[in-house]
Design a protein around this ligand. Sequence first.
Ligand code: GAR
Length: 201
Amino acid sequence: MNAVVLVSGGGTNLQAIIDRIADGTIHNTKITAVISNNAGAGALMRAEKAGIPAEVVSPSDFEDREKFNMALLEKVESYAPDLVVLAGFLVNIPPAMVKRFAGRIINIHPSLIPSFCGKGFYGLRVHEAALKRGVKVTGATVHFVDEGTDTGPIILQKAVEVKDGDTPEVLQRRVMEEAEWKILPGAIDMIATGRISIGKA
Ligand code: GAR
């Protein structure tokens, strides 16, 4: 299975996928490209270090959103991926891409969906909201991507304890270590080995 990974930031989830492919935990999978909307993303360096083609498609290089969306779709399509993985990709996926890769795009979200998800909930903001609400358990979710924001069918979830004195940064790190870096590779392996799918395009 060929996978294209879309990123925006540090790329620790990308690294987890790279490492789990290398140690054989993820079967039958090759990352053919890493694509970032952000030229400064640390994830690009991780890709290069692993010998994976790293590309940037930045909204600032295009006249409007529509042109950016088209360029992004064309870039992803050029790799003919079996699976598109959103690993901390903080851009709304255009409907044309959801349609083109129906059932073949997955996303990692740093909460137990349906809590703390949807528009405006991304990255550190998710953990800020969880701490503000005072939940004692949070976690992460991997789901198939549909036209909505964080609304697609859930593949895997893992709960993580919130501890007294947590800051958003401390909680984010615990959710990554205990949940995200496990369930994202886990979901990719499930798809690569045919243990889960939804209607293919
Ligand atoms: C991760 O916590 C991921 O779950 C989150 O962004 C972070 C990216 O970190 N994604 C979202 O909030 C999507 N709504 P990383 O670049 O180190 O993998």
